[in-house]
Each structure stands twice: as C-alpha cells, then as structure tokens.
Ligand binder design. Structure first.
Ligand code: AMP
Length: 200
C-alpha cells in the first residue's frame, strides 16, 4: 500500500494531478483499486449538493469562509477509505486533508490501523506571482468571479500559506515532504510527481 498526501495552494493543479495518479494503471494491483483519490473539498461539495442537514451546515460554514470541523472532515475521510476497501486498497491520495494538527493525528491513526504508513507528502510549489496570473487568467476564461478579484485571490493565497505551514512542518520534521516544482505544463509536473513517488 502506498499513501500519498498532496499539498499546494488553490490553483497549483493538485486536483488534476491527483486524478491522473488515480487513473494510472502502474499503481494498480491485479483486481485492485489503484490509487483512490480522496478530496475533502469534493466530498464536502457533494454533501452540499445533496442538501442534507449536514450539507446545509457545511454550506453555512463555507459561506463564512471557515473550515468545517475536524470531526466532519475526518469522518468523511474515514468513510471514504472504508468504502474503498480500507487496508485492502492499493493506496490513497489525500487531497485537502489533513489541514490541521488534529487531522494529522486522526490520519496517523487511520493509516496505522491499515498497518501502513504515509509514504510521501508532495508539496506543489508555484511562485506567488505566477500563481496569481494563472488564477486570474483561469477566472476570466471560466468566468469564476471568486478567481477574478485580485485582492481576494491574494488573501486566499496568504491564508493558505499561514494555515498549511504547521501541517507541512510536521511532515517535514518526519522527512516525508518532497517539494515539487509546479511551474510547467501539466505533463511536466506529472513527470516530476511520478519520479518523486517511484524514487527516481
Ligand atoms: P478545497 O476544495 O480543498 O479548497 O476545499 C474547499 C473548502 O472546503 C475549504 O475552504 C474548507 O472550508 C472546506 N474543507 C476542505 N477540506 C477541509 C478539511 N480537511 N478540513 C476542514 N475544512 C475543509
């Protein structure tokens, strides 16, 4: 089992890269799952779309620009890992999780229960100026208002840097972090990620 955590600010392409990893047959055992991509953001949005009581609570929380509770995020991750066979899966890609120290501890417990470990933490790095250009360009092309307001985009980038720092440091201390240069084509970045995972 190989377990990967993928980190990076909004716009670094970590969702796209995670999906490519999940589709890569190289990581799939016979009749196995391959990498299972777990994005807490996607899971939360699916819950919101279902408009359940929990979904409505999540919508209110996100509209305030806040994180959902560790309990909600963690239980979603737990359910999803078990849905995909738990310890029997070929591996998981955790995208958008963990975001807090409490979630780090929770994930440790889940992975230990699988008698496995976190093998690598990919940190996709894109220079702030380039990231800003990239997000604004996409915002205009895809008509996403939240990605066209320069001040808001900068604020979000700063928030991410401040909030992800403790989690990133924890994994750096464990020697698990590999910084991936996120500047280049999608293909180039994917190659770098593959090399990091396979140790080439
Ligand atoms: P993302 O798509 O990863 O940017 O997530 C969108 C939003 O979902 C975030 O701004 C948070 O409000 C919430 N969220 C996603 N993952 C987590 C998490 N691990 N813990 C708490 N809130 C989260």
């Amino acid at each position: 089992m190989i377990n990967v955590i993928i980190m990076g600010a909004h716009g670094t392409g970590k969702g796209t890269q995670s999906k490519r990893l999940a589709a890569n047959p190289h990581f799939k055992s016979e009749n196995g799952t391959g990498f299972v991509h777990i994005s807490t953001g996607e899971l939360l949005r699916a819950e919101m779309a279902d408009n359940t009581e929990l979904g409505q609570h999540i919508t209110e929380t996100m509209n305030k620009g806040e994180y959902v509770s560790d309990a909600i995020a963690s239980s979603m991750v737990m359910n999803k890992t078990h849905l995909h066979g738990g310890y029997k899966a070929d591996g998981f890609i955790f995208d958008g999780f963990p975001r807090t120290e409490e979630q780090v501890t929770f994930l440790d417990r889940v992975i230990t229960s699988f008698k496995a470990e976190i093998n690598i933490v990919l940190n996709i790095v894109v220079d702030g100026k380039i990231l800003l250009e990239r997000i604004m360009e996409r915002g205009a092309k895809e008509n996403r208002p939240e990605d066209q307001d320069k001040k808001l985009v900068i604020k979000r980038m700063k928030t991410y840097a401040a909030e992800s720092a403790p989690v990133l440091n924890t994994y750096r201390e464990r020697g698990l972090v590999v910084d991936i240069d996120g500047v280049g084509t999608e293909e180039e970045v994917y190659e770098r990620i593959l090399n990091a995972i396979t140790g080439e």
